[in-house]
Design a protein around this ligand. Structure first.
Ligand SMILES: C[S@@+](CC[C@H](N)C(=O)[O-])C[C@H]1O[C@@H](n2cnc3c(N)ncnc32)[C@H](O)[C@@H]1O
Length: 153
């Protein structure tokens, strides 16, 4: 790690841009990038397919997209885990700490109505990515939270 740092220093600067994902180009973000990570984003967008195409265009050839997202529709066990964690922990804890539940109930509902993992991988393929595959987490998130990876050729 240290050797790598000596021979391949980090870029000289990092730029932060405040923008919606849809308006990156209008805000001067044009790439090309080696990789894009979008965590818990896609489920919240009006047009996820258009966003996946934008991500594709922002990557250099060989660049990788990593989408981290809840997806439970394909698995009864995952749906049950999500229901139990939401109503047993997330919603009650949210109510206890913030006094409201609307945000946490939205989270529960938006995950329930989002793509199954197969559909999500298909979307990524349809947006032009190759070598599309997904991995899941350990513990209670197993089968509930996934990372879909795809490469721009
Ligand atoms: C569940 S949070 C995840 C935040 C962060 N990515 C993380 O993993 O901790 C979802 C985030 O997506 C943002 N978001 C929703 N719609 C968006 C959009 N169209 N463009 C960019 N961000 C958006 C929300 O503001 C919120 O911060």
């Amino acid at each position: 790690m240290l050797e790598r740092a000596r021979t391949k220093p980090w870029p000289a600067s990092v730029r932060f841009v405040h923008s919606t994902a849809e308006a990156l180009a209008e805000n001067g973000v044009d790439g090309p990038f080696d990789g894009i990570l979008a965590a818990y984003l896609l489920r919240n967008l009006d047009d996820p397919d258009a966003q996946l195409r934008r991500f594709h265009d922002l990557l250099r050839p060989g660049g990788v997209l990593a989408l981290h997202e809840y997806s439970v529709a394909d698995s009864p066990r995952a749906r049950l885990s999500w229901h139990a964690v939401c109503w047993g922990i997330i919603v009650p804890l949210g109510r206890m700490t913030t006094g409201e539940t609307a945000l946490y109930r939205h989270l529960w509902r938006s995950v329930n109505t989002f793509d199954g993992i197969g559909r999500l991988r298909d979307r990524v393929r349809t947006a032009g990515f190759d070598a599309v595959h997904s991995e899941t987490m350990t513990g209670w998130q197993n089968g509930v939270v996934h990372t879909v990876l795809g490469t721009r050729s």
